[in-house]
Design a protein around this ligand. Structure first.
Ligand code: FAD
Length: 357
């Protein structure tokens, strides 16, 4: 196949770019260094339970074009995400709203009383200490004392019993699992996918594995610092470690995600995947479940990068890498690793469908 463009990385950004170019009539070579496509949204099937290998992923958006685009490839099951928080041996509904506040303080506030109640420093500090201080310190690897209590002022308080975690109009999980989204996105006569093939810059020459690539636009969604051999240093990331466990019980925690907010508990949350597909009745009824504990840690070379640590220094380093990238006229950089930015899936799709030339 003659190639008109190369896409490096078959996560949701790269796969959307590839599909868009293919729909426009261009022949696209997609190279993915892992042995499968899907990036961090990839799942593994365990007897009908979809394991979100890189942590729970819920598709949610308020962007009509993005919702229309993904619905060309999969249908969604209507799952509505709720997150619970465990603190002091009790379980509460997040986000911060009437359900949590009333249970935590043992009161019965009405919607019109919430703002006033939470403006009392005593109440906001108690909420901060219980639900934010320990969790944030684990997530970002800082001692609890260093977590700035002023963050509580920026946390939106809902004055109702809405326990839907996201505010977006559309949400759900692909009924056949996320892998079907990627299989369908990349199923096009103009797209060739090569897995276990890394894209790299070798002395100014673009290569895929050992092959020199033709002189065509490259859409790269790997880490920007790695592309340039970390020559100015590594951009800092938080990484995650997951511990998976299969249990011979029908239901371990009664919901898909529970956050553990105390600093003394080493993990940040537990995922229980069968709850993402309540429509799979037979799987739901089985006396078997898969859970995954999530631990957060400082990234080091060789670890999977998850969350960018945006500081003045890291953004200055990023700017230097961007200057290098701008010297390569055929290179376009995108996605969470390329842009060094936390993106939800819908933002990744929107960016891939937006101005990329
Ligand atoms: C723990 C966690 C939970 C999340 N939950 C949600 C959620 O609930 N909802 C939501 O909308 N978003 C969620 N996100 C965000 C979501 O994961 C990202 O929006 C999405 O993965 C970004 O896609 P991407 O294509 O930019 O990156 P990735 O998914 O990382 O894909 C990049 C791909 O490029 C490949 N690659 C890298 N370097 C090279 C190279 N040199 N050559 C070839 N291939 C290469 C990688 O192997 C990877 O497959 C979550 C993120 C995290 C960290």
């Amino acid at each position: 196949m003659t190639i008109d463009a190369v896409v490096a990385g078959a996560g949701i950004w790269g796969s959307t770019v590839a599909r868009r170019l293919a729909d426009e009539g261009r022949k696209v070579l997609v190279v993915e260094r892992r042995d499968a496509v899907g990036g961090n949204v990839r799942c593994e099937d365990s007897g009908g339970i979809e394991i979100h290998v890189y942590g729970s992923h819920i598709f949610h958006t308020h962007l009509p074009d993005v919702w229309k685009f993904v619905n060309r490839f999969v249908s969604f099951n209507g799952y509505q995400h709720k997150v619970l928080a465990r603190f002091g041996g009790k379980t509460y509904f997040l986000p911060l709203g009437l359900a949590l506040i009333n249970k935590f303080f043992g009161v019965e506030l009405s919607p019109s009383e919430v703002a006033d109640f939470m403006s009392d420093e005593k109440h906001s500090s108690a909420i901060f200490d219980a639900f934010f201080r320990g969790y944030t310190s684990k997530q970002w690897g800082r001692p609890p004392e260093e977590i700035d209590p002023s963050i509580i002022k920026r946390v939106p308080v809902r004055s109702n019993y809405d326990i839907n975690y996201f505010n977006d109009y559309w949400q759900g999980i692909p009924s056949d699992g996320y892998n079907s989204l990627f299989a369908n996105l990349l199923d096009h006569p103009n797209i060739e996918v090569r897995c276990s093939t890394a894209f790299r810059l070798d002395n100014g020459v673009f290569k895929a594995g050992a092959d020199v690539l033709p002189d065509v636009p490259v859409f790269y969604s790997g880490p920007i610092d790695e592309l340039f051999g970390f020559k100015f240093g590594s951009l800092p990331w938080r990484t995650l470690r997951f511990e998976r466990e299969e249990l011979a019980v029908r239901d371990f925690q009664g919901t898909s995600v529970v956050n553990y907010t105390e600093a003394s508990i080493p993990y940040t949350r537990i995922h229980e995947f069968k709850h993402y597909h309540p429509e799979r009745k037979a799987v739901m009824d089985e006396a078997r479940t898969v859970i995954m504990r999530e631990y957060s840690a400082q990234w080091k070379e060789g670890d999977e990068p998850y969350y960018p640590v945006e500081t003045e220094e890291s953004l200055a380093l990023l700017a230097r890498y961007r200057e290098e990238a701008a010297k390569l006229p055929n290179l376009r950089i995108g996605g969470r690793l390329g842009e060094y930015k936390y993106y939800d899936m819908d933002n990744s799709v929107a960016s891939a469908l937006g101005p990329i030339f």
